[in-house]
Ligand binder design. Structure first.
Ligand SMILES: [Zn+2]
Length: 279
């Protein structure tokens, strides 16, 4: 699931100054000089508002020139101020998607506030973070609505009262269980609300259904092997959970082992039940 990221070490207001300075001899010099003061203020308000679409306003003057502003992101001149920032953001070493936890290097940068709706933030580093293709396809240009003014966790700004954001319930029959993914009940109400809508909008439960089934089969197989070897199931699974937690309390392996160990009925089944034959 979600991984909280260290915010980029970029002075985004200073970046705007640099971009404007680089455009003093270009065909768009008058446009950029005309928006310079307000652009800086808008970027500062993004940072102050922690990127929330509930408080960060759209800007009609920027939207009217969105192709110019988005062009800074899509076609940055080599060596330009924003090219350096974008290259640094793309040279990350993440091995999981920060939005959903899918294993593998996230290939794209996502605009937390979409660049077509908020072109003034197209190159703002704090509005950009790595994301997997599946998350980006689900997120598209959504930001929020009247009922839920903010749909998505902001990996640079959101911080939570508990490290684990979701909880997995594994319901009987344990040979072919049902899985229920919810926000961690230990979180505060407002935290659970943003986690729940984030999971829903990124279609996490559907996308990871086959992962849950596969992980459960692995748990059954391991339980059988541990029983055959005469080892302590609680200790062994605790060891697996500890290893997974070292990666992150939001890694899917941790969430699965935590779901197993915190489910007395399932643990009893794994220790004493008739385990199904596995392929
Ligand atoms: Zn993802």
């Amino acid at each position: 699931m979600v991984h909280i990221l260290t915010p980029p070490a970029v002075d985004d207001v200073g970046l705007i100054d640099d971009v404007i300075a680089e455009r003093q001899t270009g065909v768009n010099a008058a446009f950029f000089n005309g928006i310079a003061v307000e652009w800086r203020e808008r970027v500062q308000s993004y940072l102050d508002g922690r990127g929330s679409p509930a408080v960060v306003e759209r800007w009609p003057a920027a939207e009217a020139r969105k192709s110019t502003l988005i062009g800074l992101y899509t076609h940055p001149a080599e060596g330009s101020a924003q090219a350096t920032v974008l290259n640094n953001l793309r040279s990350h070493e993440l091995v999981i998607c920060p939005a959903c936890g899918e294993a593998g290097r996230p290939n794209t940068l996502d605009h937390y506030l979409p660049k077509r709706l908020y072109p003034q933030f197209a190159i703002v580093a704090h509005n950009l973070f790595p994301m997997c293709d599946a998350c980006q396809k689900a997120k598209l240009e959504e930001t929020g609505d009247a009922q839920n003014p903010r749909f998505f966790i902001h990996p640079y700004f959101d911080r939570f009262s508990a490290p684990k954001l979701v909880a997995l319930r594994i319901e009987p029959p344990f040979s072919t269980p049902l899985f229920e993914l919810t926000a961690n009940p230990d979180l505060h109400d407002h935290e659970r609300a943003i986690v729940a809508i984030h999971v829903e909008k990124l279609e996490v439960t559907t996308r990871f259904a086959s992962f849950f089934s596969g992980a459960h089969r692995r748990v059954l197989r391991l339980a059988g092997e541990i029983r055959e070897g005469g080892q302590d199931l609680v200790a062994m699974f605790g060891y697996f959970r500890g290893n997974a937690c070292a990666i992150s309390p939001n890694s899917w392996d941790f969430i699965v082992y935590d779901a197993v160990l915190s489910n007395p009925e399932l643990m009893n089944f794994l220790q004493n039940g008739e385990l199904p034959p596995l392929l």
